[in-house]
Write a protein that binds this ligand. Structure first.
Ligand SMILES: CC(C)(COP(=O)(O)OP(=O)(O)OC[C@H]1O[C@@H](n2cnc3c(N)ncnc32)[C@H](O)[C@@H]1OP(=O)(O)O)[C@@H](O)C(=O)NCCC(=O)NCCS
Length: 301
């Protein structure tokens, strides 16, 4: 068995491993690439594969926190071992090497999957029993749980949506798709309220067309909702936020629905609302229901 750094040429192999091992997840090459070799927040020396008799049989992709709250934290962003080769010590070998590399960077803590700037799962879906046993075996402790919601979507679900958006103009709010040159104003809103979302929202804005709707008032952006900033290849909503002084006027509900309508227009029948958040807001405005539960595991390095 040999551990080496993950390379672009391993993408097909690790996608197949992820597909076999992460059976509860919508695995495709684009998503695996976005989490590993083509991650916008790339950490190439934290991507590792394990080879057995010349074949890649397992991988782990690590990451490092970039926000004020998590700068001393390393992450397992994605990890899987081919089910045909589990319980042979491959996962342990990969984890030990990742931990060594994170320790060498001076990091104090290791967390599993809840990487704010680029995540696929906000923790380990508790139904991955092998993952739970593996993490407990290696001294991790469950610290809290995160949830995803799901909702049904259709392109013509909210017939008067455009009219509702227009009505807000009488209150001085202009609702519409963001343009790339608006980034400084969007960034001002994020930095004042949700700095951890800057990378994800920036990527949503860079999509074609920009996957970001905003509410403008006077010369400011006061609310936003994004989709496919993370996990561009799938039906991924979020994040969204309205500045405190503009809440309670229905702006968030409209921005949410504009994003969901775009996902529906792409052909998706459901949207994932990850890592919630205001559960009752989503239940009310898009009939979303609580779906997956993710356990966040951490250990000191
Ligand atoms: C979690 C995973 C990566 C572990 O890989 P692995 O190569 O099988 O792990 P190891 O062989 O190093 O296991 C080390 C220890 O973890 C525990 N463990 C691992 N899988 C287990 C299972 N299915 N049941 C019970 N204990 C398990 C055991 O204590 C094991 O030691 P032992 O075999 O001597 O009893 C692999 O099972 C997997 O890909 N699971 C699905 C994806 C997943 O959960 N990914 C997230 C991981 S954070």
């Amino acid at each position: 068995m040999k551990v080496r750094e993950l390379e672009e040429k391993d993408l097909a192999a690790i996608t197949e491993i992820a597909r076999r091992a992460l059976v509860l997840d919508p695995i495709c090459e684009e998503v695996v690439a976005e989490k590993t070799v083509r991650a916008p927040d790339a950490f190439p020396h934290l991507g590792l594969v394990c080879e057995l008799e010349g074949c890649v049989v397992g991988f782990v992709q690590g990451a490092v926190g970039v926000n004020t709250e998590d700068r001393s934290r390393g992450y397992i962003r994605l990890m899987a071992v081919d089910p045909r080769h589990q319980r042979k010590g491959i996962g342990s070998l990969l984890l030990a090497e990742l931990e060594n590399r994170l320790r060498a960077l001076g990091l104090a803590e290791l967390s599993v999957m809840d990487v704010p700037q680029n995540y696929f799962m906000p923790g380990l879906d508790f139904r991955y029993t092998s993952g739970v046993c593996f993490l407990l075996h290696h001294g991790f402790q469950m610290v809290h749980e995160n949830h995803n919601m799901l909702c049904n979507i259709a392109p013509d679900q909210w017939e008067d949506l455009d009219k509702q958006a227009e009505q807000l103009s009488s209150e001085g709010f202009e609702i519409g798709r963001a343009s790339r040159d608006e980034w400084p104003k969007v960034a001002d809103l994020l930095l004042a309220n949700w700095p951890a979302w800057c990378d994800e929202v920036r990527r949503a804005l860079d999509n074609e067309p920009p996957a970001l709707f905003v509410a403008r008032k006077e010369d400011r952006v006061v609310a936003f909702a994004a989709y496919q900033g993370n996990n561009r290849a799938i039906n991924w909503f979020g994040p969204m936020g309205t500045t405190p002084e503009c809440r309670g006027r229905g702006i968030g509900a409209i921005l949410l629905r504009l994003c969901l309508r775009e996902l529906a227009r792409q052909g998706w029948k459901q949207a994932i609302i990850p890592w919630v958040g205001p559960i009752c807001f989503y239940a009310r405005f898009c009939d979303a229901w609580l779906d997956r539960c993710f356990w966040v595991y951490r250990k000191k390095l």
